[in-house]
Write a protein that binds this ligand. Structure first.
Ligand code: CP
Length: 312
């Protein structure tokens, strides 16, 4: 069974096919291939969501499938039914399952026990669907005809703020996969964990990211400036401490001016203007945040279609 739990669960060749298909699906949104013809896909949420929930529900529908939206607390998971049994039971009804949850081991356990494809809709470790939408958004600009992933090679990404979060991990993994150059700038004590280093090693990818505490150094000559909220879901108790320590890493027009003149500002959203990014940067012509959000739909439809093809 082919699952999508991390960015490298598709080979480079398969990822290229996903981005090519996403372009076709975006150009032909309502009359494209109905790859999920009459399939029922579960969308299981342990955590809040706007973009992931809506883009998958709409996407499954547009691919000819039926989305079954589930909340962990209103299923028997919330009363202690095991993942093993839940995965086996759900596999008797559903043709695939998207999961947004806490620990990455939860999606891995579903994948181990399910007999249907599992898609990671965000864990505390990573957010691969967001990264495929982000890369698709960049390919629309770097290689709009061919969507050629080779156009990503050598592009410089600066990730500022919470450099230990799931989005930072996903960017590290993605940059290594596509040959991009990444520098992370954040406060002392927020370095990426050994888990992402182990994940790179397991995939035979180089540990090629740099970490600095100097926001200006990271932004100098960058092609992409990226940030995420400073207080991720689950970090609420540390909110004030995080905001104080991450304040020097707010992406401002001054930092944007240090980047390549054609640089893009990206954010997975939701954004907190005045914290990780200024309102002026969010509103600037270099900000492509709403294209990113839209592209969750098109990229994820392509991911689901590719999984159906690979599991046929
Ligand atoms: N970026 C993202 O995953 O958004 P949601 O939390 O709204 O799904």
């Amino acid at each position: 069974m082919h699952h999508f739990l991390k960015e490298t669960d598709f080979s480079l060749e398969q990822a290229q096919e996903v981005f090519t298909l996403a372009k076709e699906l975006k150009a032909n949104r309502l009359n494209g291939p109905r790859a999920l013809n009459q399939q029922s896909w579960g969308l299981l949420f342990y955590k809040s969501s706007t973009r992931t929930r809506i883009s998958f529900e709409v996407g499954v529908n547009e691919l000819g499938g039926y989305p079954v939206v589930l909340n962990s607390q209103t299923t028997q998971i919330g009363r202690g039914e095991t993942i093993e049994d839940t995965a086996r039971v759900m596999s008797r009804y559903l043709h695939g399952l998207v999961i947004r949850t806490y620990g990455h081991e939860i999606v891995e356990a579903f994948a181990e026990h399910a007999s249907m494809p599992i898609v990671n809709g965000l864990t505390d470790f990573n957010h691969p669907c967001q990264l495929y939408a982000d890369i698709f958004t960049l390919l629309e600009r770097y290689s709009p005809e061919a969507m050629d992933i080779a156009s990503l090679r050598g592009k410089k990404v600066a990730f500022l703020g919470d450099t230990a979060c799931n989005m930072a991990n996903s960017w590290i993994h993605t940059a290594a996969m596509f040959g991009m150059d990444i520098t992370l700038a954040g406060p002392d004590g927020f370095a990426p964990s050994a888990t992402i280093d182990a994940a790179l090693k397991a995939d035979g990818l180089p540990k090629n990211y740099r970490i600095t505490q100097d926001a200006e150094e990271a932004c100098q000559g960058a092609d992409v400036l990226y940030t995420d909220v400073w207080v991720s879901m689950g970090n609420e108790a540390e909110a004030e401490e995080r905001k104080r320590r991450m304040a020097p890493y707010q992406i401002t027009t001054e930092l944007l001016a240090l980047a390549n003149p054609n640089a893009y500002f990206m954010h997975c959203l939701p954004a907190h203007a005045g914290e990780e990014v200024s309102q002026a940067v969010l509103d600037s012509p270099q900000s492509i945040i709403f294209d990113e959000a839209e592209n969750r739909l098109h990229a994820q439809k392509a991911i689901l279609a590719k999984l159906v093809e690979l599991n046929r």
